[in-house]
Design a protein around this ligand. Sequence first.
Ligand code: B3K
Ligand code: ZN
Length: 879
Amino acid sequence: PSAIFLKDYSVPAFLIDATELRFELGEEATTVHSCLTLRRNPASDNATAGLTLHGAELELLSLAIDGNTLSESQWSVSEETLCIAEVPDQFELRCSTRIYPQKNTSLEGLYKSSGMFCTQCEAEGFRKITYYLDRPDVMSVFTVEILADANTYPVLLSNGNRTDVETLEDGRTRVVWHDPFPKPAYLFALVAGDLQAVEDTFTTCNGRVVELKIYVEQKDLDKCEHAMLSLKNAMRWDEQVYGREYDLDIFNIVAVDDFNMGAMENKSLNIFNTSCVLAKPETTTDAGFQRVEGVVAHEYFHNWSGNRVTCRDWFQLSLKEGFTVFRDAEFSADMGSPTVKRVEDVSLLRSTQFAEDAGPMAHPVRPDSFIEISNFYTVTIYEKGAEVVRMIHTLLGPELFRKGSDLYFERHDGQAVTCEDFVLAMEAASGMDLSQFRRWYELAGTPELDVSGSYDAEQGRYTLTVKQHCPDTPGQTNKPPLHIPFSVALLGEAGALRLNLQGQEADSETADNTEMVLHVTEAQQQFVFSELPEEPVPSLLRGFSAPVKLHFPYRRDQLIALITRDTDGFCRWDACQQLGILEMTAAMESAKAGADYQLSADFSGALAQLLADDSLDKAMLAMMLVLPSEAYLAEVFKPVDVHAIHHARERLRRQLAEALREPLLQTYERCQDAQPYQANAEQIARRSLKNTSLAYLMLLGEEGIAQKAREQFAESQNMTDRLAALTTLVNNEDSAKAEALMSFYQDWQHEPLVINQWFQVQAASSAPGTLEKVKSLMNHPAFDIRNPNKVRALIATFCVQNAVNFHREDGAGYAFLADQVIALNRSNPQIASRLLQPLSKWRKYPEAAQQKMQAELKRILAEPDLSRDVYEVVSKSVS
Ligand code: B3K
Ligand code: ZN
């Protein structure tokens, strides 16, 4: 397999004005008849080119141009293309192919899941349905005819409006769907199955009534309310915040069990992984509810950022994904707690995206090349891409950003465009020069900011010195400085101080002038603040204003000042994390020297002060109580000794529980819910703090507390509390563990999504022997390696969230992962390649681990018939 490059982009030689498809869905095979109205692209400089269509795993039945059947000498097929050497300038191409959806385990193209037909075409799945110009800059008006057995498949759906339906004499139904909006093939969708719908309506800002339907299996009808509410909230929010109205009379969502990703934004027919649409209090945790809200909104927002304006080529993927993630994050912030949402997103970015950016698969937000595009649906494209859009929002301010997005949609409606077009619209609307800022799209790697501060008491001046550098990444060295929006405040004893920045204009000042965004643009820069009567504590990178690693030599008392009185929620939380890192560093050094470390009293004291503060948002408090995650710590310490990190962290947790026993107990009791369950911010915060407290208290090994956990497990009526109790029983090897796991299984065996959580709890346990447990669970009747949710719940959880067991010193964890990758390489390459990622990060670990990890990578690389997906990750990882 070889790479393709952005620099090689050229416009398509042909355009497809209309696409008519006819599907005859069968139990053995499906026949697809297509009729494409083609013409030469006037923008192409090749006026005599033959026609080359994409196609994979297709049986070609017939081919005709303008009614004349082509003979075999007139065309040629390869593994991935169909070429017709001689074609007119304008013509109608008819093509019939046979495909086997029932045998399609890759979950790409047309496949069957739990008795229903469904599609997943992004990025390049449409070519597994029929021969086509399967590239996003070819946009066409689709008309889709579906024929299927009326009893087995009473519901037949595609994009747009249903224009015809009839029952045929042979017992089949025939329906026709027409989508008036031209779209690339990746947004095509088809569904056929025995489904029921929950229905509602939404009246747009211009008074149009849109019919909303969520299609699920009968047994899941009681789990659609939250998704429907989220959809309506998202539709309203996009009108209010972005001025975007929905554009068709129908919006459908379909839930399927077997899905590689979370969901897919096909025009007016979103297809969802059941895990991202179904929710009810008895089966779904608070985090699950929030995920449904976020993903429903994300897919809905794509209707404008992705569908009405789409990507010219797949190197521009972040154009739609980064922007849409930014939009859904702002929506979730508005629906719940903005600070909590920000902290969650930053945590993910710092643990996962920073790791990607430092590893062999590091790539820019707009990549220059790829072997398999499916490998580039990454945290860099999505999350770092969203940070890049957020920085533009920070630099422009909300009003100019809105002017910019309006201009972007107005200029490019109906077009397939580039990240550059987005930046140009933002510049044109705001008058701001983003030329240096564009490097964020081009450079991989996480920039590091080394900041120091000095106070001159005589002059009343405080000077911040900021240095930036971006580490080398594969193919990129000696990077020029980036344009970094660096949001700062200076805290005095009585609150944030007025900022007088010398010599430099600063914008985005808050009304009282206590916060400003500094433009860091040079490798080294100084910012001097004057008229400061006291030495301030700097509050830096407020709200995480840029996706960088910040280094500032904070003293402990300064961190505690930030923890207890910063006005920026993110910085308060982050100061807690930084103090936690200092504790971890000291604890690990002690352990190395064979000594005992005792948690510092100032740290537990600060947390005790927070616990006593009733005015603090409970969700914030819960997050501040949690020590830096093992995943984040693996980004901080080099090399990563996962065992030392785990043991030091567990010791500190136990010591924290001892130091805070009384306030934690009080908090646990204070947070008991009297009201019936609701997934609102207030209740979610309460449960989060309650269960964080319980997790700590359980470390004390007190029978009285274990009893509370067992009661919570047995008596709670919602999955959040029940699962939190089960998790802590499992993690602490409680005497009730085995029985709890058994009864949980018995209660929920009919609910696959709940059983996934059951797999997950067991796979994440740090107890020795978990690898053997995971292996035996793979033989459990509820496990199915063909279902991506199950693979994620059991195998990925073990490899990603269970560092001590995955990195077992005998290498058995690595060998296990390699075995699963080899097995999945054939059946589902996308999942295989995703699963493989933990092995690719081998360079971070100590020598002995490195060798074992590399050996497994080499074993995979030696496999015959490696998919492009797996080949790309393995070959870029080994060296
Ligand atoms: N656009 C889809 C991603 C599909 C990826 C398939 N390999 C989901 C989303 O980001 O909304
Ligand atoms: Zn998306």
